[in-house]
Design a protein around this ligand. Sequence first.
Ligand code: ZN
Ligand code: ZN
Ligand code: FE
Length: 755
Amino acid sequence: MMQHSSAKRLTIKGIVQGVGFRPYVYRLAMGMGLKGWVLNSSSGVFIEVEGQAEQVNKFISQLLDQPPPLAVIKSCQVEDIAARHFDNFIIRESQGEQVREVDVSPDIAICADCRREVRDPQDRRYGYPFTNCTNCGPRFTIIQDVPYDRIKTTMNVFPMCRQCRQEYLDPLNRRFHAQPNACPDCGPKAWLTDSHGRICEIGVGDVLKRGAVLAVKGLGAFHLAVDASNREAVQLLRRRKRRDAKPFAVMARDLAAAYKYCLVSEQEEAWLTSRQAPIVVMKSLNNPAIPGDLLHPGLNTLGLMLPYTPLHYMLFDEELDLLVMTSANISDEPLITDNDQATSSLKDLADYFLLHDRDIFNPCDDSVLSISSGNSTDIIRRARGFVPQGIRAPRLKTSASILAVGGEMKNTFCLTRGEEAYLSQHWGDLSNYHNYLNFTEGIARFKQMLAVEPGLIAHDMHPDYQSTRWAKRQKQVRLVPVQHHHAHMAAAMAENGLQGRTLGLVLDGAGWGADGSVWGGELLLGDYRSFNRAAHLTTMPFAGGDLNAQNPYRMAFIYMYQLLGDRAFEYLRWMPELTRQEGEVIIKNIQLGEPLSTSSCGRFFDAVSSILGVCHINRYEGQAAMELEAMAASHACGVYPVSVYRDTDGLIMDVSPIWLGIVHDLENGHHSAHIAMRFHRSLAALLTEAIRQVHIDSGIDQVVLSGGVFHNKILTQMLAEALTELKLQVYTHRQVPAGDGGIALGQAVIASEVI
Ligand code: ZN
Ligand code: ZN
Ligand code: FE
């Protein structure tokens, strides 16, 4: 009987480059005796395959059901074509075209096979810091253009040696078409210098064990490393970096070492060992072998990651299992990626430099996340390992591409193509000019990478955000201003696939309100198109503006004065940083009718943190609130009265009973740790009561929680439990940060609705 034959053409889109897709296709086709070819192009992977009909179908279903582990197939178009009677199956040369719809893969942490090789003295890649294969290695950080081919990466200056080329060309090899493939003979090299640029022949581990500060050029930027168990070294790094409070991230030699310093849950272990290999913020075990008071002052958590490139293995040895690994940038400056720039700008910070000659094209910070009590992932910074993977947002209209330029602090932007939203890495605070330049450069690169030209730009309503100013300078593009907290709410809705009217509880530090005041403790009711401010925290005078955000003690005084009048001066003993004179100036401004006011929840946390003596001055963003959470005693009971009342501009979630309760407890000598817990519980009760009332009035039962305050686990858990008890559906962020790093997604979705 004659066998049915068939010929098909497949067009596949998604993350299909740099993930071993073509070799996989090749092996699959060869194994089934099929003929044809596979081709990488900037608009996707094309396959023509012919042979027995049954085998061809089996080939297609297996490819779609079990693609290679790192591939993400978004679409596969299959057409019947005329058979061309190929002799074999080949991988054809890549094509560059006008249409570019293929996704660039994020960087991928070293795989188990490569790890084995670099540790095997018999292997030719023993100890080689740039070992990679199709399943792991640099991607986004070295890609200059699409389609992804060595020639379009910063590896283009390293011609492969004969052996590497053989691996690259052998379809059965793990390095078949691995674009950054390299070995000690042909690839990039790493070297150690002192701060004068002199080559050092000593081991990297020895430098660290001496207590020196080492600048390390990594995957997406430079880090500063010191031995985390060496108190003097950690202190030296703090002093030189002029970073006296912000917690340092650490890198542990391996999982066993991580278990010595942190309480690691199953989910946390899964993230630590994932291909994204982020910094995971976990409960510290307070192991006395490391100076916890210097690594994470005032906090009970430690942000830890595992080595994610073979270069990192060079840093550890038998006596060294935990290193501080902090970004080498100076305070709010951008990441450092370049050798010359590092040796000049870090010469007073680092004693030694571990450099290499593979250029970093796209700077990318380490990602940071934590696991919340409900076992969901709370992304704090979405960068290396995640960017530039798209986020599916089906609400996006597919016609025009949208650029959403994000906020000011922790800026990220978002560019859309079809139903995908591509969120950038973090650019930091855009009020720093260098960060701003990187932001604009990043936009140009994302446009090229995605081959889109946005027809619409969404921006925050704040007129003084640098992102807003940039948007307003763009010509011939329609602008859509988006209210800050509406963007937060929409981001949470979009990533959870929600539609229709929703309650959005948005708690953060500050955002430009629709009425021109500073919002930050908002319960919004609405959808992607519009919203009402259904409830908000008591509005407080905000005499001094940003000065108050830096100085929680000023906020404590404002609360005291607003709620207790002149009796505020009786409590100056609890505000040691405040002089009577500064207090009087604040009062004068309030009495003169200071125009600024705020409903910020972040500032409420600051005020409470200060009055409890926890933190009077924020030396990094969120310090007072984080330390307040860290010291709250879980066993403490009690709750302050809750008051929600109606005012001309909606429901007011009244902070005064909580504040007065705290003052009363303090006067009666209650322990701050107990009061801190009571504060969390009372705030959760207050917010729940407002949501309950709005839910009853509106009949709406889906609630999203957004804003940086929701990185607070105690509050998030209490709220989620209370709202679930009210039979409401509660949604939190899982893919983008709850803080301002996530708002660009919300801006984009809102803009797509109002076209
Ligand atoms: Zn590998
Ligand atoms: Zn080689
Ligand atoms: Fe915000």
